[in-house]
Write a protein that binds this ligand. Structure first.
Ligand SMILES: Nc1ncnc2c1ncn2[C@@H]1O[C@H](COP(=O)(O)OP(=O)(O)OP(=O)(O)O)[C@@H](O)[C@H]1O
Length: 261
């Protein structure tokens, strides 16, 4: 069954159209990166999939059903803000909220919950700091816990909003490897909003690039080209390959790593 299906979907706030005519099927286990300049409507797309924002037109289904707020079939890693160092919440408490905040968890015995939390912590290699207050952990460690929280209900779809923001290179690599391993192990579809393709370019199956009220969908090689992006932005964009990286100049400047294709 298709993990996410959008049909002729449009989103406008008043007269401002963020995107329109978006038809897209995302398959189980597929890794889709969502790119675009600030304000293009990337987070709004995630909000649509979460059932927090209605489409202006068209339809959206997740797991073959119309989207539902609070569905256990969707895991969500929100845009990162570091936790306050004094916050009296341990790592395991944060992960546990992934169960307690859901109808999914109603009726589960306490021992069963503890076992699920331990398992989720182990899967993201966070057992060693399970009892540490989250505000004392590094950005990368905090991000692992958010991923554990999002995955504890075994969702079919994982939505990530800039999950690598403010992480150093080694944490960017380990967090994206973690997400990639998980989607392969459990066939979870991943929709990953990002400003930089660099850490995930080898992992993504397709890119959804949104700009100027329009969008393009395809592989990195199909979409990240001067021709396609200039047409999308409606102004000259240059995609340059420099030292094995792909640089997009104009519109907004993003460094993109590029593999030989
Ligand atoms: N509920 C709302 N009502 C009106 N306008 C909104 C609403 N939510 C978002 N917007 C506007 O829609 C635009 C798109 O917002 P969105 O957060 O989806 O963009 P984005 O692509 O995720 O941007 P960024 O890269 O900056 O995070 C923004 O200009 C935002 O101010």
């Amino acid at each position: 069954m298709t993990a996410v299906r959008l049909r002729d979907a449009s989103l406008a706030y008043g007269s401002r159209v963020l995107w329109e005519g978006l038809s897209l099927d995302i398959e189980p286990g597929e890794f889709v990166a969502v790119l675009g300049p600030n304000g293009a409507g990337k987070t709004s797309l995630l909000r649509v999939l979460l059932g927090q924002q209605a489409l202006s037109r068209g339809s959206v289904e997740v797991g073959g059903r119309p989207v539902q707020r609070g569905s256990a079939g969707i895991g969500y890693v929100p845009q990162q803000k570091n936790f306050d160092p004094g916050l009296p919440v341990r790592a395991r408490d944060l992960v546990r909220f992934g169960i307690d905040g859901h109808r999914w968890g109603v009726g589960l015995r306490s021992r069963k919950r503890d076992a699920l939390v331990d398992h989720a912590l182990a899967r993201v290699n966070a057992t060693a700091y399970a009892d540490v207050p989250i505000g004392l952990l590094s950005g990368g460690e905090q991000q692992r816990l958010r991923i554990a929280q999002a995955l504890i209900t075994e969702p079919d779809v994982l939505l990530c909003d800039e999950p690598l923001l403010s992480l150093d290179l080694s944490h960017q690599e380990s967090v994206s490897a973690l997400i990639d391993e998980r989607r392969k192990a459990t066939n979870t579809a991943v929709i990953f909003v990002t400003h930089s393709l660099d850490p995930i370019v080898d992992r993504v199956d397709r890119v959804l690039y949104i700009a100027a009220g329009r969008f393009r969908v395809g592989t990195v090689a199909e979409v990240i080209t001067s021709e396609v992006l200039s047409e999308l932005f409606g102004s000259p964009i240059q995609v340059l390959e420099v030292g094995g990286r792909l640089l997009v100049l104009g519109g907004e400047t993003y460094p993109h790593h590029h593999e030989e294709h």
